[in-house]
Design a protein around this ligand. Structure first.
Ligand code: ADP
Length: 164
């Protein structure tokens, strides 16, 4: 069985992530979307909320499994018996960081490949950070995230505004 791990913050999942995920799921029998839990980094959504959002928007695809992990990515990948790490590439700006990570991961475990899938042109400018920024300022994020994610994002922004 060919297993791929698609790691990231997914805070929250966007249509750009889902495009990569759908395409990656055609290359593997199982693709595990793994939310990285970095205790030093406080996110907008909690890890549990990010996992729940991912589960909701990927449930039509039986090849996709959603999980979260702490610690070293390579330890997680080996534990899952995966053959590859999948990452999305948007622009040259992603390249330097991704190259460093791929080379370091190759050093840690040479038998695991890192596979890059190039973003579809309509999603190149989308990042979770930009979406949160625009949504917090009242801008329209229609078509950039699934409707359920948009709903949860706007709900959370409202709650935060209420407590400020
Ligand atoms: P990280 O914080 O590890 O970069 P992200 O959640 O931002 O995690 O992204 C996870 C992966 O998805 C990364 O490989 C990133 O480059 C990719 N990605 C994010 N947004 C897009 C997009 N719009 N199109 C293609 N790939 C994307």
């Amino acid at each position: 069985m060919r297993i791929g791990v698609y790691p990231g913050s997914f805070d929250p999942v966007t249509n750009g992530h889902l495009d990569i995920l759908e395409r990656a799921s055609k290359l593997f029998d199982q693709i595990i979307v793994a939310v990285i839990h970095n205790p030093q980094k406080k996110g907008f959504f909690s890890i549990e909320e990010r996992v729940e959002l991912l589960q909701k928007v990927t449930r039509h695809n039986p090849r996709v499994l959603v999980d979260s992990f702490t610690g070293l990515l390579m330890d997680y990948v080996v534990k899952q018996k995966a053959q590859a790490i999948v990452r999305g590439l948007r622009a040259v700006s992603d390249f330097d960081y991704e190259m460093q990570m791929a080379l370091m991961n190759n050093k840690l475990c040479p038998s695991v490949e890192t596979i890059f899938i190039v973003s579809s042109p309509q999603y190149i400018y989308i990042s979770s950070t930009k979406i949160k920024e625009v949504a917090m300022l009242g801008g329209c994020i229609d078509g950039l995230v699934p409707p359920y994610v948009e709903h949860k994002l706007l709900e959370k922004i409202q709650v935060r505004k209420g407590t400020d």
